[in-house]
Design a protein around this ligand. Sequence first.
Ligand code: AMP
Length: 358
Amino acid sequence: MRVGIIGAGQLGQMLGFAARDLGVECRFLDPSISPPARVCGDVIQRPFDDAVGLAELAATCDVITYEFENIPVNALQQIESMVPIYPPVDALRHAQDRLDEKQLFEQLGIPLPAYHVIDTPEDLAMAADALGLPMVIKTRRLGYDGKGQFVVRTGADIDGAWKALGGQPLIAERWVSFDFEVSSIGARNVDGEADTYALSLNDHRGGILRTSRSPADAPRLQERAAAYVRVLLEHLGYVGVLALELFVVDGRLLANEFAPRVHNSGHWTIEGAVTSQFENHLRAVMNLPLGSTANIGHAGMINLIGEIPESARSLKDVHLHNYGKMPRPGRKLGHITVVADSPEVRDALVEKIDKTVT
Ligand code: AMP
């Protein structure tokens, strides 16, 4: 069995490590010169939407998956008849457009923040009236880690928002004064066997995930979030791992977005769950039985962003993951996982490590 993976970044690398343990070969498609997943298998060095590269991947692999969601759907459609592609291309299409994604949440009864479609500068003023301020303007396509976003705090910001983002399809969202952010990660295999992991409690800084902790010690939220994930998995006929990001406001859940792939907020599952999200993604796309998603203790994950300081290497009793990327401000270079016997010990460790590596 050989799995083709579009994208050879850190998610591809962690999929590759899980594949190695399962005795499964991986082949990647990525235009970068020295991508992190090069250590896990052969990399076809061509653009993600390159017809020749995709055809070669399709011809030499038994199943194709992907590690990021900005792959043109029509490029994938060209190889769909040659090889199974999971998660399904239709799920990717929904996730690529924030409006489409929101309409899907509405259709499935998954609550979400109020929003407004923006096509003209006048729409921005109408959105401000309808949603109130602050509101956040987002590009409908190709946004990630808070990129392609502009917070309109007063009427005077509207011009600036249009200058920064205008000319492309946008949406405005009501600003959510959330108590915290969580994500629920689920997996479903080709036969329809599905399961979810314990909720992750996520802390973002500057739009980038900084820490995740799981379990989140909120059984009712856990149950509801998992139910939303299951509805998405079933509706989309989904195969693979899916992550749903949600805001928690006064005990209520509001869906922000879903990612049709393994997710940064699930990195703790490598050491903190019986079966990691990476192994379960592979199991799902190869139609193997899923492994247990149960936690092994109380897990915490700290992202290493911009640099991996020397201090990170001298920490004991933690799991350091260095993706082997060139340092650059704002770039995710690695992460650290801790697994503790209690939430109190876990939280203290996460806080200490976060301070050490910042
Ligand atoms: P996104 O790219 O939509 O996941 O946004 C990145 C981060 O920006 C989120 O994880 C939140 O921390 C913050 N954010 C996004 N949308 C909103 C919103 N409507 N209200 C408050 N914070 C938001």
